[in-house]
Design a protein around this ligand. Structure first.
Ligand SMILES: [Zn+2]
Length: 135
């Protein structure tokens, strides 16, 4: 076991955030490594560390879709969380379609990332649809 520590969260290598089910999910791992001691090499003028176990904790950060903006904004106005709160079937269908388009685009790397901060907000756009995710 690695001794108690404050996890040092970093994004998982090569792991793009996942867009699915009306959310964007980031994966992070802890980079903490135990250090038992260190010594300074006079010859190399460098400090070497005696490293112990590495923490292997991972976590996910989830941001939920809060609204659409852009060309479809008019249609979706006042429909924040439209697919959760009940609305007419027509609006729900449009929201569902927009969401599927966005999630498809992000999986295929076709969408444009306008803002990306796992701890605050993610905004992506595809074919005039702009999706805003927040924590
Ligand atoms: Zn840790």
């Amino acid at each position: 076991m690695v001794r108690n520590h404050q996890h040092e969260w970093r994004p998982l290598d090569d792991q793009q955030p996942i867009f699915e089910d009306g959310a964007v999910v980031f994966y992070e791992e802890c980079n903490f490594v135990e250090v038992h001691g260190s010594y300074h090499s006079e010859r190399l003028d460098e400090v070497f560390y005696d490293e112990g176990e590495q923490c292997d904790e991972t976590r996910t950060i989830r941001l939920d879709l809060v609204r659409f903006e852009g060309e479809v904004e008019k249609e979706f106005e006042d429909n924040v969380n439209g697919y959760i709160i009940h609305h007419s079937d027509e609006i729900e269908d449009e929201i569902e379609t927009a969401l599927l388009k966005i999630e498809y685009a992000m999986r295929e790397n076709k969408g444009e990332v306008l803002e990306i901060d796992p701890h605050d907000r993610v905004i992506v756009e595809y074919e005039g649809i702009r999706a805003v995710y927040e924590r």
